[in-house]
Design a protein. Sequence first.
Length: 275
Amino acid sequence: MKFIKHNNVLPGFGPTMGYTLLYLSLIVLIPLSALVFKTAGLSWHDFISTVTEPRVLASYRITFGAALAAAGINAVFGVLVAWVLVRYPFPGRRLVDALVDLPFALPTAVAGITLATVYSANGWIGKHLEPHGIKVAFTPLGIIIAMTFIGLPFVVRTVQPVIEELDAEIEEAAACLGANRWQTFRRVLFPLLTPSVLTGFALAFARGVGEYGSIIFIAGNMPMVSEITPLIIITKLEQYDYQGATAVATVMLVASFLMLLVINLLQRWSRRYAG
């Protein structure tokens, strides 16, 4: 009897793995290692004093606080948008569905200039808010608006496939058991959507933390008030404070790794929960 030997890997595994590692090293590993090595030139005391300056701490609060608020807004309205796009046929639905991806395609600088123009004191929306004492442009509120704009697609595109796969018989069974629409959503549908909503929330939060182009035009960039951490890094680079810039960038890098870990864990939980 002749046995056929099955390889555990695809043919050409060695060269393809070599090219993969080379590509990742050139694009990701070497730049990140250079960042860490540059920061290592600082003493521990200098590193801590640099990343905990009052101006830098204020930028952390603004960046992470605004990103958290924007992700929370998108977690609510992103689910609503995804639900409408999946469950309700209406004229122009394909156009609306395509517009959801607009923040992906639109250059961030264009988005920032547009938002600053629309929400300025004499803008289309800002002129109606200003008489009520609501100032958006050049305030932290403008940062939240910009982060909400660029983060919405992450929630919609994460939740939308899950809604499409929901069986209508589940809702019918809940209705037969006497549940009203709110009870059906809260006790039946929302638990099924929770993993994808959390994943979309984490993705939108991570995107907001790293955003730069669409924010600087609407933020006002006032130190201690509306200055984001990426702008702090750019400012230090312009002042030739390379070690200070890499120190703050290292903090953001660690935060990014932690967010990436959370996102991967949420996606793994989502797949296991769905299975």
